[in-house]
Design a protein around this ligand. Sequence first.
Ligand SMILES: Cc1ncc(COP(=O)(O)O)c(C=O)c1O
Length: 378
Amino acid sequence: MSATRDAESLLRLPGAIDPYPAEPSDADLAAQLGLPPEAIVRFDMNTLGGGPLPGVVHALRRYDAAALVEYGDQAYRALRQALAEATGAPGHRIIPGAGADELIRLATTMVVGGGDVVVVPVPTFPMFAVEARLAGATVVEVPRRDPGERQDVADIRRLAEERGARLVWLCSPNNPTADAHEPDEIAAVADGLSAIVVVDAVYQEFAEASAGEPPEGRSLLPLQERLPNLLILRSLAKSHGLAGARVGYLTVPEVLADRFEAARLPLAIGGPSEAVALAALADGDAARQRHRLVVRERERLAAGLSGFGWRVLPSLTNFVLVRPPGAAVAIAEALLRRGLVVRSYAGGALGGWLRITVRAPAENDRLLAALAEPAASA
Ligand SMILES: Cc1ncc(COP(=O)(O)O)c(C=O)c1O
């Protein structure tokens, strides 16, 4: 028997694929900076400021390790029921997965393969393009002239038609520009288009809190009822402080429900994650209170940054995209030396900009105080 040579040539796709840019962990950063781990504050991940929701802490303490020995409920009955109650979507049209990320892969692989076209308005969340490329599809970007300029949905529709796209991504509210499409704009892209359109709405809860609207006030379900090619992607990662638990869900139109149900991984969400998700969903008031706090803090942070002469884009999310007058990367590095991690961009459309997650009041104060020191903001 001889050893197989050149195993890489046996892979479906030739050549390397650019992976999602991995961020260093708190422990890595602390070691690199010579700081204690607790000095690190992540303003770069868009996670929920203020720590876990009280119900989540309680549920995790109560979780029985004996349950880990067995597999969980492959149908996710309890989780689907809770998500159905929270969103108004029928349970059989809710496809749970291990975070929105897993469902980006599911939606991509259900729709495209080698040589198909995926339209991605940019700048946006990088996983849409990463997954499209992994599927062997061609990514067609729809750029904005400036991150502060609204994306014209007519451009997206035109390119999708011209290029015969099978899949179109819309991120609303969008990471990193923090703005959102109105339902009629989403309809203008999807209505009558021969492509699946997925709206990533993982920041929806913050948009609702920003506008003083009730929970699900910005639900796209009514739109999905009349657009059978529209998929809606949600997650508990940001809105319910469960980024580490990995719980996302895709809401699909009736005609696609069985197909997506058949294709999803049977048990992507582990038992402890399901338990904390149920607890988070059970205490909707605590989550909404937190969203309102985040919105208030966001306005305070935005006012502080504007006070330093920075350009701050209006935000419907739990982060702000900002442009300091000086060198953004140098500012990010100066903050990093103090343990404050913000997202900077090496170049391209976002060169010169920083993305800053709104965190707990004391942490936001730390950031503003650091920027007030001449050495940090210069
Ligand atoms: C727009 C968007 N979609 C999806 C995700 C990933 O969500 P999850 O943690 O549920 O996989 C993120 C995380 O930053 C995001 O910004």
